[in-house]
Design a protein around this ligand. Structure first.
Ligand code: ADP
Length: 324
């Protein structure tokens, strides 16, 4: 069994593409930068690993003692899990080659024995999910203006991925994967499930259904057919969460464990219902025209038929016309 394991690892090594823009760190360097992955360096925990704060030199990215240079976020993956490896590889191969103000910057990686790590720019405001749903009194509720800014930023990020020369489907768009910098600029992180989109006249790619219930598009859940527009649905769910302050998947709604979109759409006049939900949330912070426009674009993104959803480029244009 052990031999099999070894072969697995060496076979995988061959699949790593070289990403010339990334620094290759040693494990010792990252151990040093995080003070031996100490508990008080822990920034958060994800599905496949833990994220630590570390210090590096701003120019060379060499780890520095502490409190000098630049803070980075260092993700240490559970290397025993195949999914942890796949996530690591996907991050290096996608994010390592992409650069955009609304994508988190990947600075480098480490692969030593079975240790897999990723080094990112530090995002001081954490995730959008933290801001929307964590009941931490230290976190101020987001104003209408900031919500709109975050939505526009995230939309630009997705539109960039979808552009004709990239054709990347992100596949796991959700509030916990949107990180915020000091100015609340939204940056998309976590390309663990990203896929190259269809080519040569195909409309979709067919894959195993993975992602997050509540955000995943209905056509994808039903058939495994993944469209570029499947990301637009996920974006619509995040918009809905931002506008209503309700979680995509919530066990507290009257009908039990139910998807926020199903719950909204169960009401025939859902546009009016959505507007009422938003109004209550951001009362006095913006005009009712802005609320109406936001409700309209949200529902378009949530259309059951992917062809009826707007492109992310169109979404950007609509959001940028809404009053802050
Ligand atoms: P998940 O698997 O839930 O998407 P991650 O493993 O990517 O989560 O990250 C877990 C947590 O670590 C995030 O929710 C966030 O609070 C924190 N985090 C991740 N990346 C960064 C970063 N670049 N800067 C600051 N905090 C981060």
């Amino acid at each position: 069994e052990e031999k099999e394991e070894v072969e697995e690892w060496s076979a995988r090594k061959g699949r790593i593409l070289k990403s010339p823009n990334l620094k290759v760190f040693t494990f010792a360097e990252l151990k040093f930068a995080t003070k031996n992955f100490r508990g008080d360096s822990l920034l958060g925990q994800g599905g496949f690993g833990k994220v630590y704060r570390g210090w590096v030199d701003e120019k060379t990215l060499a780890p520095s003692k502490s409190s000098t240079g630049m803070i980075v976020a260092i993700k240490k993956l559970n290397s025993e899990s195949v999914q942890g490896f796949d996530e690591w590889q996907s991050e290096v191969n996608f994010l390592g080659r992409l650069s955009h103000p609304n994508l988190v910057k990947l600075l480098g990686y480490c692969w030593e024995d079975t240790e897999l790590l990723l080094v990112y720019e530090f995002m001081p405001k954490g995730s959008l999910e933290n801001h929307l749903f964590r009941r931490n009194p230290a976190i101020e509720p987001l104003s209408w203006e900031l919500r709109l800014k975050i939505a526009i930023g995230a939309a630009h990020g997705l539109a960039f991925l979808h552009s004709s020369d990239k054709k990347v489907i992100y596949r796991d768009f959700k509030a916990s994967n949107i990180l915020l910098d000091a100015n609340y600029t939204a940056k998309i992180s976590d390309f663990g499930l990203a896929k190259l989109g269809p080519s040569g006249g195909e409309s979709h790619v067919t894959t195993r259904v993975m992602g997050t219930y509540g955000y995943a598009a209905p056509e994808y859940i039903a058939t495994g057919h993944l469209y570029v527009k499947s990301d637009v649905y996920g974006f619509g769910v995040v918009l809905l969460e931002m506008l209503t302050g309700l979680r995509a998947l919530d066990t507290k709604r009257p009908s039990g464990q139910q998807n926020l979109v199903e719950w909204l759409k169960a009401d025939l006049s859902h546009k009016r219902k959505l507007k009422t939900m938003i109004d209550g949330r951001i009362e006095g912070q913006c005009s009712s025209k802005a609320v109406w426009q936001a409700a309209q674009i949200t529902l378009k993104c949530l259309e059951p038929d992917p062809k009826s959803r707007p492109s992310m480029k169109e979404v950007v244009e609509v959001l940028e016309r809404i009053e802050a």
